[in-house]
Design a binder for this molecule. Structure first.
Ligand code: FAD
Length: 388
């Protein structure tokens, strides 16, 4: 059903090389300092990865979902934080490709040539996380400008993003009163607020965004007014497959690769711990879980790229894929710590970091509980009948 094309193999090998040479060697340091990795920014710029979803006429590589999965998996194999700035930027660009006018695309893509070339995706608010449909950051039209007031919480890449895709309230009716506005970082009345100190996922620039009478030209409204929620459901949430799920997958694979080597080299009772069946079975179970997540991810990528299912079936599969991969990521990295014994718990080795990083994927992009809420709701409304 799914074979890599020659171009995808080329991209995978290119990203794998970058990951090995430029990403992985910096992971421990970034985990320690939590500094946003500007050296990663330069590497991604050089290799056109910020524009990976854009067509070639805009300088992109026109990546389909499967290619995005490959890129994110390879980077996360080296360091789970590494692809996050590409995921937020890619998701924003996908929304713009689908919903922005040609004039907006030209203007905003040109703007993105500057600075870090990154975007943030700003939905969550301090009091509205899972219930994002009740968000309260308000945009009121005043002549040719929207005046925005409110704040956004936990925004990945927000610390350095040039452009922020912001979900705002423009009407009274819950999800039918939400619009999407692009906010430039230099907008008067807008500022980046406090930076969060997190358990893991260091260097991903997670911040609050503050809007105090922020004045944004109405030309920056994306799509129709009050249609923001459908943009979220129809376009943006699909990034859970190539974004969150592939982050979890790559992180888990990186952990497994590491502990397989460790188990071969760590001797106890006169033999490598890999010789004990208890350890072998743990390794085998980790591999089974990883392959099940990978199969589901690439199956959904294929379906999305060939457009062969109904929206509800795709939505359910994306939620399954996100929840399953995130749970696999947590289980595999936790078991990886166990296989390393005391050394697994020590910061000198990369595995405890992978376990801390894995936790975030069960929470962000809609918690794993919310994924199950959507799957169950769709199933109860209409059973999942997949073609082929
Ligand atoms: C590292 C990280 C990066 C993030 N990046 C971004 C970003 O770039 N952009 C952005 O907009 N947001 C981002 N977020 C926010 C993230 O999407 C939210 O944290 C998440 O949606 C949960 O919202 P909450 O934290 O308010 O938890 P709450 O909604 O308060 O949930 C608390 C608990 O209640 C459970 N719960 C809530 N409602 C239900 C229900 N109906 N049924 C069952 N259980 C329920 C949840 O599953 C959870 O366990 C990020 C978060 C993290 C941790």
């Amino acid at each position: 059903m799914f074979n890599l094309t020659e171009e995808q193999i080329m991209i995978r090998d290119m990203v794998r090389k970058i990951a090995k040479q430029k990403i992985e060697p910096r992971a421990a340091e970034i985990d320690e300092t939590d500094e946003f990795p500007m050296d990663y920014v330069e590497v991604y710029k050089e290799n056109r990865l910020f524009k990976m979803v854009l067509p070639e006429e805009y300088g992109g590589i026109d990546a389909n979902t499967a290619t995005l999965c490959i890129i994110v998996e390879e980077l996360a194999k080296a360091y789970a934080s590494a692809p996050q700035m590409l995921i937020t930027t890619g998701a924003v660009l996908q929304v713009l490709l689908k919903a922005a006018t040609e004039a907006q695309q030209k203007r905003l893509f040109k703007r993105l040539e500057q600075g870090t070339q990154t975007c943030s995706f700003a939905l969550t608010e301090p009091n509205h996380g899972s219930d994002a449909g009740s968000l309260q950051t308000k945009a009121v039209l005043d002549g040719d400008h929207y005046i925005i007031n409110g704040s956004k919480a936990f925004i990945t890449t927000g610390e350095v993003a040039e452009l922020h895709l912001v979900f705002v309230r423009t009407g009274a009716e819950r999800t039918k009163g939400i619009s999407v506005i692009m906010v430039d970082k230099n907008t008067p009345g807008f500022r980046v607020g406090k930076k969060e100190h997190k358990m893991g996922f260091a260097g991903t620039g997670t911040v609050e965004l503050i809007f105090e009478d922020a004045k944004v030209h109405k030309e920056n409204l994306i799509g129709e007014v009050n249609e923001g929620w459908s943009l979220l459901l129809n376009i943006a949430n699909m990034m859970r497959a190539w974004g969150a799920a592939c982050t979890a997958l790559g992180n888990a694979q990186g952990a497994l690769d590491y502990v397989v080597e460790y188990a071969k080299q760590r001797f106890q009772f006169g033999k490598p711990i890999a010789g004990f069946q208890a350890v072998q079975f743990m390794l085998a179970d980790m591999a089974i879980l990883i392959e099940s997540a990978r199969s589901l991810i690439y199956r959904i990528a294929y379906i999305m790229d060939t457009n062969t299912e109904t929206f509800k079936n795709i939505e359910s599969l994306v939620c399954m894929c996100k929840a399953h991969a995130a749970d696999v990521g947590m289980k595999v990295t936790t078991d990886a710590v166990q296989i390393m014994g005391g050394y697994g718990y020590i910061k000198e080795y990369p595995i405890e970091r992978r376990m801390r990083d894995a936790k975030s994927v069960q929470i962000y992009d809609g918690t794993n509980q919310i994924q199950r809420v959507v799957i169950a709701r769709n199933m109860l409304m209409q059973p999942l009948f997949l073609k082929g």
